[in-house]
Design a protein around this ligand. Structure first.
Ligand SMILES: *[C@@H]1O[C@H](CO)[C@@H](O)[C@H](O)[C@H]1NC(C)=O
Ligand SMILES: *[C@@H]1O[C@H](CO)[C@@H](O)[C@H](O)[C@H]1NC(C)=O
Ligand SMILES: *[C@@H]1O[C@H](CO)[C@@H](O)[C@H](O)[C@H]1NC(C)=O
Ligand SMILES: *[C@@H]1O[C@H](CO)[C@@H](O)[C@H](O)[C@H]1NC(C)=O
Ligand SMILES: *[C@@H]1O[C@H](CO)[C@@H](O)[C@H](O)[C@H]1NC(C)=O
Ligand SMILES: *[C@@H]1O[C@H](CO)[C@@H](O)[C@H](O)[C@H]1NC(C)=O
Ligand SMILES: *[C@@H]1O[C@H](CO)[C@@H](O)[C@H](O)[C@H]1NC(C)=O
Ligand SMILES: *[C@@H]1O[C@H](CO)[C@@H](O)[C@H](O)[C@H]1NC(C)=O
Ligand SMILES: *[C@@H]1O[C@H](CO)[C@@H](O)[C@H](O)[C@H]1NC(C)=O
Length: 828
């Protein structure tokens, strides 16, 4: 009995010893792991294995840096760098605690490359460092068993690089004066401090400010108790919780993930000057951008000047606040001079004016503001009214019914307006007469409207009475009938296509003489001619060497004969004789659009109203092809040279030879044979041979931008020549200078809102993803009314993004001009 008891006892002892040993080694790894050496590939891993601290070489650099990254994420992503400004050459780096108890990074010859600067005076026991599961590298006194951050001698979370991890505080420790500010890497190869930063500035009231160098770049708007006033999309979500803390000792923004299985970070990205929130997608093993700012160009700091108001969707986006007018109308796109009061205040002379309520705003820059949290809105108003330099006030905290008072002194800048429920109320000071005027205006409008209604109603009644009386002998029906058939002649099913014989056409075109040749279309020369009855024609003679066979020819003839629309070139007939195949069209005296828009002298003949009507005409023609005709026709080669102009410069789309009918609802097809023109082809069509009405929309977008700008889109093969037209337009758009893309010939024009709108629609049409592009019917509506338009996304075939696709195509086929119509067999 004794022996087993002893055995059992020693077994228990063994377990205890093992456990103790285990514990000892556990503390070892935390406390005595005092050296991390690059030459020994040493790293320090957080307890749960999420983060790793070690040495690395970023991008194509050859330098070594000490940093922290996600251990479990295969795409190496650095969240913190110690020696940002002092890289180590070679693998001599060692992270250690030196003899005076400081955390130092030693480089060559044991020189100190970086050290953790902590204010607390050196401690009795030797400090140790530790990498927490949050990604925080902390330095603690060995004796201290306090794990609260108050007892850290130093922590990396107080010295962020470009990344804000969950639990980090962006802002100030007001007691110690430590500012935690994010700053981008200079480049993916160089983690040193770039010029793109984000933090909370004490000169302002509770807002995040991003700077590009020393310039303000983006402002979040003041924290209003629920969110930042300029970030209505920051709301409760299943992914993360956010908070803003403001008291005597602390002022910061922070967030926490709600689930441990989600990995997310915020990063300042100098590549595109965006602050981005990424989410790790474990299935695709990529970082996905969840949100980013600035979101649009109204987010650009102070875009619209003093008392300006940026409204995305309006054209121009810059407007003046109510009661203000622009004080410079010379500069169409530059609003830096801002707006001035319709009627200056006369406060000093005793007329204090009053306040007008504006809603849905991102509150103005708080640089010159004052906050009194104890006042309610009524008291706030009284206080503002009594100080002549107070220009506006609002609630500083909108929770509940709203409390607190924020007042602005001097000019109001960087205001924007949100359409869908975002933003908040502000009360702006105006001259008393402005407030009454507004009342007046409403009254007048209401009176006028009711008058119009009454008159209109009376007319309507009269009309019906007349109509009712004359009904038996009505001729109204035939009139409307005619109207329909004018637009939509494909109603008549047995439309007969005249067949011309060859001698007739030969005579008409002077035996196809060179002097009668007016162009060379995709499939052969086009001749001008005159029939015996005096009618002018254009005869397209299909070259025998062209790829078009009898089938395609018949297809084209059948198609075109069924399509009649004001904005389509009319086919008069055809001629088939032996090898000879001809199409006879009506003659267009002004030839094609490209001869005008790309020609320096002739482009002057097309002023903006003309150009706009041409754009609308093409849009209607294309819409007819896509929707209104009984057949659903995809053009597939829409371009400037395929748009002809009649004597009144009305546009007519030509060349349906490439159009392929897809019957009924089929609006998409897949083809191995890509036919089209570089520079106009949608990415999905050029690369994958996928065509749809949306690939026509893309070509239409390009064509539109060409008409607006007077420049050719250089297509996707000029990789070495920098930006193409879409890139250029997109860049200007994002920078808030969209109008600068316009043809200088008619830049000075009063119709800027129409121009802006056209650029906007153009950019929507050339978006990379077909599903994002509007349909032609959407496009027609967008062009014709003034509703709010969605923001365009990245265009297709932008150099910035699609280098891969562009490269693979351009390396296979060397094109030198986008005028060449190409037929690519098996584009894959
Ligand atoms: C590494 O740590 C040990 C003590 O653990 C120390 O003696 C040694 O000098 C350190 N090495 C370097 C390069 O700092
Ligand atoms: C460190 O890693 C490199 C590359 O993986 C390897 O060649 C080298 O032998 C390693 N050194 C040590 C001390 O493990
Ligand atoms: C330890 O590092 C600190 C911080 O860089 C430095 O001031 C101090 O001189 C170092 N001590 C020794 C003995 O090198
Ligand atoms: C390191 O020491 C060597 C020889 O003493 C010297 O040539 C070299 O310049 C030193 N390097 C640095 C970075 O101090
Ligand atoms: C740890 O925290 C407790 C309670 O806050 C405090 O009483 C104690 O002095 C702290 N210990 C050290 C070593 O700082
Ligand atoms: C400030 O707020 C933080 C977070 O809510 C809190 O932990 C801290 O105690 C507060 N400090 C003061 C002085 O109120
Ligand atoms: C910055 O954005 C680019 C693409 O826009 C991306 O490739 C890069 O990884 C981003 N940088 C960081 C630090 O996330
Ligand atoms: C525009 O108006 C503001 C007042 O809102 C004024 O301060 C500024 O001087 C004006 N600028 C010009 C160029 O008139
Ligand atoms: C009005 O407000 C400004 C800015 O806070 C202040 O400097 C000024 O003294 C105030 N004037 C009066 C009369 O209260």
């Amino acid at each position: 009995m004794a022996i087993p008891a002893l055995k059992f006892f020693s077994f228990v002892l063994l377990i205890v010893a093992l456990t103790e040993l285990n514990m000892a080694s556990d503390t070892m790894s935390k406390t005595q792991f005092n050296n991390i050496s690059d030459s020994e590939n040493g790293t320090l891993v957080s307890n749960d294995g999420t983060f790793e601290l070690g040495f690395f070489t970023p991008g194509s650099s050859r330098n070594r840096y000490l940093g922290i990254w996600y251990k479990k994420i295969p795409l190496r992503t650095y969240v913190w760098v110690a020696n940002r400004e002092n890289p180590i050459e070679g693998s001599s780096g060692v992270l250690t605690i030196n003899s005076t108890g400081h955390l130092v990074l030693l480089g060559q010859n044991d020189s100190i490359v970086w050290s953790a600067d902590y204010r607390t005076s050196p401690v009795k026991g030797a400090p140790t460092f530790e990498l927490l599961d949050t990604g925080n590298l902390v330095l603690r006194d060995t004796d201290s068993h306090n794990y609260s951050e108050n007892y850290y001698l130093w922590q990396s979370f107080d010295h962020p690089s470009d990344t804000l991890l969950p639990g980090m505080k962006l802002g100030w420790d007001l007691k110690t004066g430590v500012e935690r500010r994010l700053s981008s890497w200079k480049s993916p190869d160089d983690p040193s401090v770039g010029d793109f930063t984000c933090g909370i500035e004490l000169s302002r009231f509770q807002e995040l400010v991003m700077r590009k160098g020393s310039e303000e770049y983006y402002r979040s708007g003041p924290w209003n108790g629920i969110r930042f006033s300029g970030a209505p999309e920051l709301r409760r979500n299943p992914l993360f919780e956010f908070d803003f803390v403001s008291n005597e000792s602390e002022l910061y923004y922070t967030y926490h993930l709600t689930s441990k299985s989600v990995t997310s970070r915020i990063v300042m990205n100098q590549t595109n000057y965006q602050r981005e929130r990424y989410i790790w997608n474990p299935t695709t093993r990529t970082w996905k951008v969840f949100a980013s700012v600035p979101r649009d160009y109204c987010d650009n700091y102070d875009l619209c000047g003093a008392y300006g108001n940026c409204i995305i969707g309006d054209s121009p986006v810059c407007q003046c606040l109510k009661g203000f007018i622009r004080n410079s109308t010379e500069k169409v796109t530059d609003w830096s001079e801002g707006c001035a009061r319709n009627k200056p205040l006369e406060c000093e002379r005793g007329d204090k004016g009053g306040f007008m309520k504006l809603s849905g705003l991102k509150l103005p820059d708080t640089k010159r503001s004052r906050v009194d949290g104890s006042l309610n809105l009524r008291e706030c108003r009284a206080k503002c009214l009594n100080n002549c330099s107070c220009t506006a006030y609002a609630n500083s905290d909108i929770r509940g019914k709203g409390t607190g008072c924020i007042m602005w002194f001097g000019e109001l800048i960087d205001v924007r307006q949100f359409s869908d429920g975002g933003g908040q109320d502000m009360y702006i000071r105006l001259h008393s007469s402005e407030l009454e005027k507004d009342d007046h205006k409403v009254k007048i409008v209401v009176t006028v409207l009711s008058l119009i209604l009454v008159v209109f109603g009376a007319l309507l009644v009269a009309h019906y009475i007349r109509r009712f009386m004359t009904r038996p002998s009505t001729s109204d029906n035939t009139q409307t009938g005619e109207l329909i058939s004018q637009n939509n002649e494909d109603q008549s099913p047995n439309l007969e296509l005249p067949l011309f014989d060859l001698p007739t056409i030969a005579t008409a075109t002077n035996h196809f003489s060179i002097s009668n040749k007016i162009g060379e279309g995709g499939y052969g020369p086009v001749y001008r001619g005159m029939l015996e009855n005096g009618q002018e024609i254009a005869a397209k003679r299909l070259s025998r060497s062209s790829g078009q066979g009898l089938n395609e020819f018949k297809n084209e003839v059948a198609l075109i004969s069924k399509l009649q629309h004001r904005n389509l070139v009319k086919l008069l007939g055809c001629c088939i004789q032996g090898e000879e195949k001809l199409l006879i069209y009506e003659y267009m005296p002004n030839k094609s659009l490209d001869l005008f828009i790309f020609d320096q002298t002739r482009s002057k003949l097309l002023n903006w109203p003309k150009r706009f009507s041409i754009i609308c005409g093409i849009a209607r023609g294309l819409l007819y092809l896509h929707q209104d005709s009984r057949l659903r026709i995809i053009h597939r080669d829409l371009k400037a040279s395929n748009v002809l102009l009649d004597a009144e410069m009305n546009p007519k789309i030509s060349d349906f030879g490439l159009a392929r009918t897809v019957m009924g609802d089929q609006s998409e097809g897949n083809t191995k044979r890509v036919v089209g023109t570089y520079g106009y082809m949608a990415p999905e069509y050029a690369i994958d041979g996928l065509f749809s009405t949306k690939s026509d929309v893309f070509s239409f977008g390009i064509l539109m931008l060409e008409i607006i700008t007077g420049k050719k889109n250089r297509g996707l093969y000029h990789l070495d020549r920098g930006l193409n037209l879409i890139d250029h337009a997109w860049k200007l758009w994002k920078e808030g200078r969209p109008l600068e893309v316009i043809d200088p010939c008619f830049h000075v024009s009063s119709n800027t809102s129409q121009q802006l709108r056209s650029i906007h629609v153009g950019l929507l049409c050339v978006q990379e993803h077909p599903e994002d592009r509007p349909s032609m019917s959407d496009a027609v509506v967008m062009l014709s009314n003034s509703s709010t338009l969605p923001q365009p996304k990245q265009p297709g075939f932008s150099m910035a993004k699609n280098n891969l696709g562009a490269d693979s195509l351009s390396s296979k086929h060397e094109f030198t001009s986008n005028e060449i119509t190409v037929t690519l067999l098996e584009a894959r």
